[in-house]
Design a protein around this ligand. Sequence first.
Ligand SMILES: [Ca+2]
Length: 385
Amino acid sequence: NKIHFDYKKHENDHLAATFCGSTIPAPFISSGNFLTVQFVSDLTLEREGFNATYTFVDMPCGGTYNATWTPQNTSSPYVSNQSVPLSTCTWVIEAPPHQQVKITVWALQLHAQDCAQNYLEVQDLPEGDERVHFCGRNLTALPEFYSSTSTAMVVFKSEVLNSNSRVSFTYQIADCNRQYNRAFGNLKSPGWPDNYNDNLDCTIILTAPQNHAITLFFHSFDIEDSSNCAHDFLEVRNGSSRNSPLLGKYCGTLQPNPIFSQNNELYLQFKSNNIISSHGYEIIWASSPSGCGGTLYGDSGSFTSPGYPSTYPNNTHCEWTLITPAGRPVTVSFYFISIDDPGDCVQNYLILYNGPNATSPSSGPYCGAVSTANTFRFPLVILKS
Ligand SMILES: [Ca+2]
């Protein structure tokens, strides 16, 4: 028979402690304004159980807040000439159903570089696709965070709270505009997997690291079909503005071919008119210095060699690392390969590794022309020509 003390709002959050026997547990302080206590007993032996008292305490920071369309600020308290020992502050930011939360961290100082004791973490609740973790020395790049669910959680952990250890951020309901400064991610139409709304005009700007080129792979696509895509459409431009060269304008249900950018920026615009909506889109994007490959992140997706369905160029070296959010094994299926090689797969080949790098056990190399369904549980895929 045991008691769980749990500062969680949803399954899979933080289990704080489990107790049984007759030793009285020490007082427990939650990190936010919620605490779940679970009492479980089995089929045998009955005892008195437990009694407990609870009260609130003034915490230095954290709590549950409702996001509004107007940005609101919150901070850890400013402590000027003393140090307050601190463990964790947790903010839970809730948006209305079917909306997302936008978090903008505009100041972050950490007491020490020990990443286990001093960090800022922002993630979806319950745990979804999005999670960012800041610690150590490099705190200059603080990208905006958009939740994929209607709730975001901000955790600030620090050994002490003082003028050199603090965080300030803004939270609000996210509109459909996005600006991502990172190497890879997923894009879903607003409301996904439900239909998108009418009268949307959303701008999405992808900025990968310098010298990277971006690839967009369309995983699902269903936008109201109309002549010249005049009603609803997704436009992709090679650059960072509305005036950048147009790479494609898409609508209907035909899945667009992958898009290979020429530099590290892509500008997407998604527009819907005032009548008829569809399912929308799900896009996986990756980037790398070689113009192909990169990290592919998500529950499921698809990817191709560079230029596909045209031919790949000579001197290709692409490495894709496949990561699933829950850390489950990755399954890769090939329906078609056409890689020209004299036959020994030494110069031109596709190879898979069952681990994070090329020292892991491999499958392949493969070359030639094959059109059978081959399935692998390997997360690293390399194409060389
Ligand atoms: Ca429409």
